[in-house]
Design a protein around this ligand. Sequence first.
Ligand code: GTP
Ligand code: MG
Length: 1128
Amino acid sequence: MVLNSLDKMVQLQKNTANIRNICVLAHVDHGKTTLADCLISSNGIISSRLAGKLRYMDSREDEQIRGITMKSSAISLHYAKGSEEYLINLIDSPGHVDFSSEVSTAVRICDGCIIVVDAVEGVCPQTQAVLRQAWLENIRPVLVINKIDRLIVELKFTPQEAYSHLKNILEQINALTGTLFTSKVLEERAERETESQVNPNSEQGEQVYDWSTGLEDTDDSHLYFSPEQGNVVFTSAIDGWGFGIEHFAKIYSKKIGIKKEVLLKTLWGDYYINMKAKKIMKVDQAKGKKPLFVQLILENIWSLYDAVLKKDKEKIDKIVTSLGLKIGAREARHSDPKVQINAICSQWLPISHAVLAMVCQKLPSPLDITAERVEKLMCTGSQTFDSLPPETQALKAAFMKCGSEDTAPVIIFVSKMFAIDAKALPQNKPRPLTQEEITQRRERARQRHAEKLAAAQGQAPLEPTQDGNALETSPQGEEPRGDEQQVESMATNPVSQEGSNQESFIAFARVFSGVARRGEKIFVLGPKYSPIEFLQRVPLGFSAPPDDLPPVPHMACCTLENLYLLMGRELEDLEEVPPGNVLGIGGLQDFVLKSATLCSLPSCPPFIPLNFEATPIVRVAVEPKHPSEMPQLVKGMKLLNQADPCVQILIQETGEHVLVTAGEVHLQRCLDDLKERFAKIHISVSEPIIPFRETITKPPKVDMVNEEIGKQQKVAVIHQTKEDQSKIPEGIQVDSDGLITITTPNKLATLSVRAVPLPEEVTQILEENSDLIRSMEHLTSSLNEGKNTQMIHQKTQEKIWEFKGKLEQHLTGRKWRNTVDQIWSFGPRKCGPNILVNKSENFQNSVWTGPAGRASKEVSRYRDLGNSIVSGFQLATLSGPMCEEPLMGVCFILEKWDVSKLEEQGASDKHNQEQSDLEGQRQEEDKTHPGGEENQEVQGVCLEPFEKRISQKGDCSVPDCYGPFSGQLIATMKEACRYSLQVKPQRLMAAMYTCDIMATSDVLGRVYAVLSKREGRVLQEEMKEGTDMFIIKAVLPVAESFGFADEIRKRTSGLASPQLVFSHWEVIPSDPFWVPTTEEEYLHFGEKADSENQARKYMNAVRKRKGLYVEEKIVEHAEKQRTLSKNK
Ligand SMILES: Nc1nc2c(ncn2[C@@H]2O[C@H](COP(=O)(O)OP(=O)(O)OP(=O)(O)O)[C@@H](O)[C@H]2O)c(=O)[nH]1
Ligand SMILES: [Mg+2]
């Protein structure tokens, strides 16, 4: 970067009102990076001829090869509009769904965004997604309708057709905005209503609500996109042109003599001009009048394209002269029409001007941050702003002010960490030498030369030169070369040698308040940090250097080592960064994993977590090709985890290292990064590990040949269904209704458990509310520990009641009576989609009431036993009996729980006193085991932590040869749950993607063929208005999705490409344990009958992968094979 332009940027960074932090968002391939190229070329960073070809922001090699963006990256641009100068921090984001987490990281640190829409494809699934993300983050959008040239060249639309088409696109996108807006207003109204219900005095007597009033009262006109508002421009990024109607309004107001304001209102819309009367009138279709937009704008562009494409030299010249442009001779003579169009249009309607002017005019500066956004950013979880401590609430003013004075607190948000080669850091790069250094070096070279000459004349021994490094470089007798000076005019920092081949992590961040200065100390607040906790621990007015503060969880203190200006592929060193700017921060690698809040005051809350739209779902296990390289792999995976906002890294119970990614493309990128950058070793990658869930269903009414079960009289049992018997060992009672009664090995306690499938809606509610359940669990455990710190906020309490109400609504009928009140726990991990219901009489405890007071010893004793039972339930739900996958949608009912024998034994114990002492000790120990910790124990399926725990307590429980009682109870409960599942019809659940495919009508058939081959189900097929494109919405099992995108692309010659997003879990209807039992079934499916059984295939594949026993016939026709080989 040119030095004086860096100075300019530094200067611009100080003028907060003229800063625009924006990101470019769109569906994949709609032209974001190409548009960014055009804007960058306006700053002279790349040549305008290369704009659109270079894709400068796609700096990674794989981005260039694949032609898609995978990482969001930022660049600072300078734009002068009249006398005002602006600094535009532009972030280019990826459009592919797999990388939507990169969009989230970009949106958080911006104030506005450019939504790009392809004029041919129109609004696509990702367009909706990014608009929603922008909305959720409260950032203002403007619209760029790109690729207008395709309407001319590809679709061969007339200007009139193009106008209708564009109008259509605008309507679609405004309809989307409308839905977002309506839902928000209604939500706010609902909130206000609940508030007024809680606080009836605030709004007296107004009982009747008109739901639409909120919508009418709220002014939403500024939210919509419309060219007359100036928030829409039409562009062709590849041809380098773009315009908003303001540009033409200015020109035509002079030319025709109609006021600019009038033209601004009528250039877009159904108005035409009566040239004679110089009047603008409403279009009357019957008279065949053309709208102004067609007549004055589109027709001109069309005729230019027409002339150039037809190589009508005369007409081109005429147009060029009439527009007053100067086209270089090289471009004018060029045989490629694209080059000519680019040369003419980029002068006539420069795209960068159209877009940047709109950005500066319509998008807010950091100073315009709204109170609503600030409050939202500061409130984690179900907190509300007014529940924050006053010191924290006071920070809102700092956010709003965005001040740079010394007293302003420094608040920075790091939205992601990205890795760059350490060699590319400015401090490690060769830098031009100063004049002094050059003179010094020249002097040294001269000396060396003189010495060499002297040596050649035999004047040995040599005397050391001043700097003591004589003869160190040039070999004997070599003359100083002419280019030495040139080579030496670049100096490298010594760090570069050490740090070569290393990745350096830079934080992608934004300063929200105060000035970030190099070398300053700052607090790093993790997502779970609580300022309340800090304020409690640290006395008021405590003033010590930040390093000496008492330790507070999730908080660290560090120094801002290096500050950088992000310039796409390059970084520039900065000394300080004023508020409102996007920046890179070096040296946070050891403090920040993926995102964090940095603040000079510890009263700052951490920002709310980023909104990720994609769920990581594709897993693979990786291992080094050479086992000795395991440490490199582990280190590499850690780095990868830090460098990617969305990837997850796990070590499974089997010891496998697993990567979880958002999709196939994301997976490929992560693997490439791991191999080439972070681990730098050869790795082998397993087949994708497909997650399943296990559940139970109601018994089927018909069998596999659609005969009603039970009505068949001639049931010929061909296969003894021996599994049913063999599954349940002796000593366990099963009643006809599936109630399992089981006793602990020491025969002192008996549990009766039944498993019932939950209605689908309930499972869904549980899934949706997992965060809430987790915070309920958190509250209960902190209450258990006796910490009354976290008062349940009213809002949270309301949410909990609402959640309970919803469950009650769906769990109705005799079977479910009182069930909701008796819910004891959720699982697995205490927040999953399965429930444990306690119907036993001797111990009442439910998730709603929290723990019973620690009144009597009796109660607390039961509570300890209860904890073991809950742990057993957690374990059982974490891995089911079919293939050790987690359960989903199962309700376990603990009908009876008999510990009378245990009590008897306890009473008759001779060492009563001693016993009770030990008991007391055990309770004490248990208190130190909060629920959360137990949760962790359950997370690892491996039982080791359990044993540890058991052995800790072993000596204080009732001693017997079966080990500690709590352990027995856990194991027994787990067994009981498993058996109760096995007596019910078990089913597998498959993860499903929703799949959006856009295809032209001629390849539609092939798309369907691929979909049906892979068990996909088409939900909807719609024709896109004005085109021959179809939009197909389908669902597809994740298990069948690998290679799906490639196959579709190949079969349709690249004309259709799908977008896959994880959507939900679906029960696979077939029974994995099914074998033909009736004559008909036998006839229909044959004896083996596994060809049809998809569920069984999946189950066996998972079992095989996990090294579990698989019941399979390996040799099918042994006889035949033998004879064959004999005959040979
Ligand atoms: N005809 C035409 N093609 C364009 C235009 N703008 C971009 N393209 C082409 O569209 C393709 C995608 O462009 P990109 O800029 O990489 O799209 P993107 O939105 O950055 O894509 P992702 O980053 O992968 O989401 C490239 O082949 C471009 O040449 C345009 O105005 N007209
Ligand atoms: Mg791109």
